[in-house]
Design a protein around this ligand. Sequence first.
Ligand code: GCO
Ligand code: MN
Ligand code: MN
Length: 392
Amino acid sequence: MDHFTPRPADKFTFGLWTVGNPGRDPFGGPVRPTTDPVDLVAGLAEVGAWGVNLHDNDLIPFGSSATERDRIVGRFKDALARHGLVVPMTTCNLFSHPVFKDGAFTANDADVRAFAVRKCMDALDLAHELGSSTFVFWGGREGAETDACRDPMEAVRRNRRALDCLCEYVMERGYKLRFALEAKPNEPRGDIYLATTGHMLHFISTLAHSELVGVNPEVAHETMAGLSMVHGVAQAMEAGKLFHIDLNAQKIGRYDQDLRFGSEDLRGAFLLVRLLEGTAGNAPYTGPRHFDAHAYRTEDMQGVWDFARGCMRTYLILKARAQAFDADAEVRDIIAAAHRGDSDELWVGRDVAGAARALRARVIDPDALATRGLRYERLDQIMIEYLLGARG
Ligand code: GCO
Ligand code: MN
Ligand code: MN
């Protein structure tokens, strides 16, 4: 036990599909055996995770009978109780079966769309039964290689109709579930609709029950789009819409790598943890810290557990580093000095005529302001030294 040993209060979760990932890639088959979900629960408890998340078909094979489903779910719930794990998030696999080759909610065939919505209803029943509070929608197949096949505006409307209907299903059943939409710019489709967290945030504002719907940003996906994960997450937090988060790592310009958290772009990971934990003074994120990542294809099961421990340990180390950074007197001084006269009281909360008068009357010397150095080089170097363990 040290400072960086995970505790339940850290709310670390992994998907069955993450630690259970057999290491398949587009050029090669599995390198690890398929592990029984019950054994994955035991393994996750041993490494100190708080919860386990799943797609319907990670647990219940596609096409199982109702009796078989109940038997599988019962056995899984026994394992959860035995090992003290919770299932904070459940999701629906709308991408593996070939029926979804043209999408699910946005497919051109109405039977496919109906099948997708019905499959989600069953997965929502499962989510409720497992006590989940969040249901993620990742529309990985909702996209196109050729945009000649459908009006992309119709795709947005089909997505909306499906989500409105599923919100109503949850409300009608009285389930305590909220939806979190996960964006990804491409892969497996050439282009996926609603490609980034920013697209999702606007789309949510057009839904009939938008209060039930938030986002699930993923480090890898925002990075694939060349965007700042920190800015996307901050916008979601500011809007009260960060319902869930997928933590992993990614090199820019690559396929979706889903690497161990913090293993690429360490400063991005540091700034993300700093934001989530609120060490700079913002209200922290209180939901699960979910790792949507998997071990290198070189690993056996021992390597998988090394990977899982690594995700959590890096998160906790970064949290401690962020706390130390934000408590550093020199850091605080630089930030305070940069935020000179920060209250905007000249125009905030005033009638616009009064604000205009006050703004015009104020003596402001732009040339003098332009010459002021802000010391961000020094600030960033201090951050790097915290990251490298040379300070604090
Ligand atoms: C991916 C996605 C998925 C989703 C998962 C849960 O790129 O494969 O990130 O892992 O997060 O399907 O909805
Ligand atoms: Mn991913
Ligand atoms: Mn994800």
